[in-house]
Design a protein around this ligand. Structure first.
Ligand code: DP6
Length: 325
């Protein structure tokens, strides 16, 4: 019997970052993290299990994504097959409505959508924590795209204890992520390889030891809608992660000149009273976080910065869900 399911998931932007693993096989992170789902961006993934398929097949944005991506998905599907007790291969077709591999975490939304579509098509009914754990095996940050709105990933010690949960619904706070696009090219070193280098940086130990403190400040700032406290800890956390990246062996530089241009502009705007801050993932694009009322001016001003080609705008997004089409 053919079994198909389609799921939609949003990527998320981390305010407190995941960088480095305690167990890279299971993706048990070195530290906990906090994020917000991004409503205007999504991955839509369709999965079919069928006894007539002779191998797993993956189509990403209408194309064959290559051997490495297929291997990663097959490994993930092997786990789903084990959980469901089915032997069948699968056909997976996934589309993103945003550029893949440019520091907007496409693996997060892709594996969150794949987790729900594949587990459903395989006949499993997983609760949110179990779905988050499953997504984590595909891509760490994907576990945060499973619950809705504002989300915390508790690092945990093992598979059972490492999963994400919502700390506030999407309408809790009118934050807006204005992503200043400075490059749409596929990045050199993906986060999968980057995590393995974290331990080679002298800064990583200090960053990890201090993370519970930053998590507390960030969680509290979100719960109290305290933008000033939020802005300070979000920028500190992003800079700490990039300090680890830059001091790894080999060193990782994700920024481009325009990245720094945006960071400096955002600092100036905040000094002059605008509620705005930046955070950057493993890529050159800058997530500029502000509030609804300031967003039109922030977007217009971002577009004036040399090297910024466009701005993608997202509000807090909902949880992963099944769709019919
Ligand atoms: C910089 O979740 O993309 O975006 O598990 O290898 O897929 P994999 O890594 P991934 O790492 C995310 C790194 C980050 C920070 C974050 O989102 O917390």
């Amino acid at each position: 019997m053919i079994k198909t399911a389609i799921a939609l998931a949003h990527p998320n932007i981390a305010f407190i970052k995941y960088w480095g693993d305690k167990d890279s096989d299971l993706r048990i992170p070195a530290n906990g993290s906090i994020s917000m789902n991004l409503d205007s961006l999504y991955s839509r993934t369709e999965v079919t299990f069928d006894s007539s398929f002779e191998k797993d097949e993956l189509i990403l944005d209408g194309q064959d994504p290559g051997e490495k991506a297929v291997k990663r998905v097959t490994r993930f599907l092997d786990h789903v097959r084990l959980m469901a007790g089915i032997p069948n291969f699968a056909r997976v077709s996934s589309e993103n409505n945003f550029p893949t591999g440019s520091g907007i975490a496409s693996s997060a939304s892709a594996f969150a959508a794949l987790s729900l579509a594949a587990s459903t098509a395989a006949g499993l009914e997983l609760d949110e924590a179990a779905l988050s754990r499953l997504a984590r095996r595909g891509s760490g940050s994907a576990c945060r795209s499973v619950p809705a709105g504002f989300v915390e990933w508790q690092a945990g010690q093992d598979d059972e204890s490492s999963y994400a949960f919502s700390i506030g619904p999407r309408d809790h706070w009118e934050l807006i992520d204005c992503i200043a696009i400075v490059s749409q090219e596929h990045k050199g070193i993906g986060s999968q390889d980057g995590h393995l280098l974290a331990e080679t940086s002298l800064v990583q130990k200090i960053r990890v030891v201090d993370t519970p403190r930053r998590l507390d400040i960030c969680r509290q700032a979100i719960l109290n809608r305290d933008f000033e406290a939020f802005a300070e800890v979000v920028e500190l956390d992003s800079n700490l992660m990039h300090a680890v990246m830059m001091t790894s062996q080999p060193q990782l530089y994700y920024w481009q000149p325009a990245t720094l241009g945006v960071m400096q502009a955002v600092s100036e705007w905040r000094k002059s009273g605008t509620l705005v801050c930046f955070t950057i993932d493993a890529g050159p694009n800058v997530h500029v976080i502000t509030l609804e009322e300031s967003s039109p001016k922030v977007i217009a001003d971002l577009l004036q910065i040399p090297g910024v080609s466009k701005v993608l705008v997202s509000r807090p997004g909902t949880r992963v869900r099944l769709v019919s089409e």
